[in-house]
Design a protein around this ligand. Sequence first.
Ligand SMILES: [Cu+2]
Length: 143
Amino acid sequence: MKDKKSLVLILVVVAVVVIVVGAVLALGGNKKSDQMGSMQMTNTDTSQATKEAAQSTNAINIKNYAFDPSNVTVKVGTTVTWTNQDSIGHTVTSDDSDTNTMKLESKLLSKGETYSVTFTKAGTYTYHCTPHTYMKGTVTVTE
Ligand SMILES: [Cu+2]
């Protein structure tokens, strides 16, 4: 009689443990997939933001003796426009070390003047300002 009672008790304990463990696993599994779902959402958002940022970088300001932004990445076929916002004249001129066949060679841009280039070939285009050689910039053109 005593043995039967303890056997029933053990069975009840085992059943409770199985139910609790099962519930915890199920909840944990749901939580995990929720997290993965939200992570995927975040990733999608990030890649969209990156795309928008890349598209919006085709306008470069020349301001306070600097190209801003100095590093941009655009797709082949993008037209990049530099606008001089300084009272002093600046140029957009390919570095001598730049091996691309397409060269950047603007005239001396006065305040408010622009220089536009449509990049038709992928590559890394490095340039500077002729009167101020410390002013440097890079346009990376990708396929
Ligand atoms: Cu300059």
